[in-house]
Design a protein around this ligand. Structure first.
Ligand code: GRF
Length: 193
């Protein structure tokens, strides 16, 4: 009998965070990444999932927002946790309600600053730079019906030098993401019922 707790990862893009998550859990005795969902058929993350032999599901907007296809699949596969790793679409209410405090996201800044609609990718780091911030970092949070507004689970910060470009800020923040996201997921899944 398979008693591992099952995670589904949702990602839309390159998938460097998803890759760290797959690697972290690949031989984990209690947790398994069981599925990778993407809304983008050409996302790099799909190849990474294939490399780790994780089944993939590609879906379109109407399957996500106007049907129960995704929810049914999650239930059928006995998924307990949903991890967003660079997933660009707002999660519909039906999914949020079906997985209360079981959907988590990572944001590349210290929320509540630099969050919300349009605050993704380099837009975030450019805004941090323009605001002359001396620290930035990452926020791992539960997902609710608003972009980046669910309660915060963990934050990690890094120093920003005045001379850092937005790309340099992005690199520092990405390092924090890769180091911490898999560990925080593991802790949550193991300790929260
Ligand atoms: C990360 O910066 C994450 O914080 C944000 O989307 C980005 C995904 O990058 N939500 P990658 O596809 O994991 O490289």
């Amino acid at each position: 009998m398979d008693l591992k707790k099952k995670i589904a990862v949702f990602a839309s893009g390159t998938g460097t965070n998803a890759e760290r998550i797959f690697e972290h859990f690949k031989e984990h005795p209690q947790i398994e990444v069981a599925l990778l969902f993407s809304n983008n058929a050409s996302a790099g993350v799909l190849n990474i999932a294939k490399h780790y032999k994780i089944p993939t599901v590609v879906f379109n907007r109407s399957e996500f927002y106007d049907s129960n296809a995704i929810l049914n699949r999650l239930v059928r596969e006995e998924i307990e946790w949903i991890v967003l790793a660079g997933f660009m679409w707002l999660v519909p209410e039906s999914l949020v309600n079906a997985f209360p405090n079981k959907i988590i996201n990572i944001h590349p800044a210290l929320l509540p600053k630099f969050g919300g609609k349009g605050m993704y990718g380099m837009h975030v780091h450019e805004a941090v730079k323009a605001a002359n911030e001396t620290i930035s970092g990452i926020s791992i949070h539960f997902v609710n019906q608003q972009y980046d507004e669910g309660s915060i689970i963990a934050q990690y910060s890094c120093q920003i030098e005045h001379s850092d470009s937005a790309a340099e800020i992005a690199k520092k923040v990405q390092r924090l993401e890769h180091e911490n996201y898999p560990k925080v997921i593991e802790e949550l899944v193991l300790n929260q019922v």
